[in-house]
Design a binder for this molecule. Structure first.
Ligand SMILES: NC(=O)c1ccc[n+]([C@@H]2O[C@H](COP(=O)([O-])OP(=O)(O)OC[C@H]3O[C@@H](n4cnc5c(N)ncnc54)[C@H](OP(=O)(O)O)[C@@H]3O)[C@@H](O)[C@H]2O)c1
Length: 237
């Protein structure tokens, strides 16, 4: 595991969906490295609120549900004078019945997963992407399960499709924003023990997150779209 390196004063990251799990751990890791963190939550009393109470000098909180376009616009307006080194959209959901096939999933579950993992994330990317400074990083939490090339076992249809659609949408965003020279990163973090990942996942948050943060920081100044795992290796699309 890499050792944290303190960032120069003033380095900052916006993390959308930072209440708990990987998003909160990302906030904690960046704060440990001396970065200023603005994290978003949907409700009070989250682990991010505890982190903000411990590090009020480094951690601030905004309230945002990515599926509410009005909330995205309101937060964007409040942040219009701010710039960040990294803008990272972490939030996401899995469907309640992961074993359901695409044809068998309930319409409600399908809509919730797609509205969150694709529509919500991309609306956040579109709204907050220009808050990333020139040469900075815009990232989204994808998944190795978003890889079409690596889909050999035919499970998790809906979640896989949502992350593949996110990857495709980021490619479209990249095509429209080439002149801005920012790094556009789709992160496949690996299967990690969180509420979503479950207790059978092979990797701990403590092991994975410093690597994920190292990879994100390493992308600064390297324009272009990349689909990377937590060790910085390219994931086949
Ligand atoms: N854990 C894994 O093995 C794994 C592997 C690959 C990819 N991922 C991806 O990593 C990201 C985080 O997953 P996790 O394992 O940390 O899951 P988690 O523990 O279930 O946390 C999910 C996070 O997403 C937020 N979120 C959900 N819907 C949202 C919305 N509409 N607006 C704003 N925030 C929303 C949640 O906020 P609330 O607290 O308000 O619900 C929470 O902060 C997800 O995108 C997930 O798909 C996870």
């Amino acid at each position: 595991m890499s050792s944290p390196t303190l960032a120069p004063p003033g380095r900052s990251i916006l993390i959308v969906g930072a209440s708990r799990g990987l998003g909160q751990a990302m906030a904690a890791e960046f704060a440990t490295r001396g970065w200023r963190v603005l994290g978003t939550v949907r409700s009070p009393g989250t682990p991010l609120h505890r982190l903000a109470a411990e590090r009020p000098d480094l951690v601030e909180i905004e309230t945002l549900d990515m599926t509410d376009h009005g909330q995205i616009r309101a937060v964007r307006d409040r942040l219009s004078d701010r710039r960040f080194d990294i803008v990272f959209i972490n939030g996401g959901v899995a469907n309640r019945t992961p074993e359901a096939t695409m044809a068998g999933v309930s319409t409600e579950d399908f809509v919730q997963v797609m509205a969150t993992n694709v529509l919500g994330v991309m609306r956040a990317v579109e709204a907050f992407g220009d808050l990333a400074r020139p040469g900075g990083v815009i990232g989204a939490m994808s998944s190795g399960q978003g890889s079409i090339a690596n889909n050999a076992n035919g499970v998790n249809d809906v979640y896989r499709a949502s992350k593949a659609a996110l990857n495709q949408s980021m490619a479209s965003y990249a095509g429209r924003h080439t002149e801005e020279g920012k790094a556009l990163i789709l992160m496949a973090p690996g299967w990690i023990r969180t509420e979503m990942g479950g207790s059978n996942a092979p990797f701990s948050v403590e092991d994975a997150m410093p690597r994920i943060v190292d990879v994100l920081i390493a992308q600064e100044g390297a324009a272009g779209l990349r689909y990377l795992d937590r060790n910085g290796r390219t994931v086949p699309w």
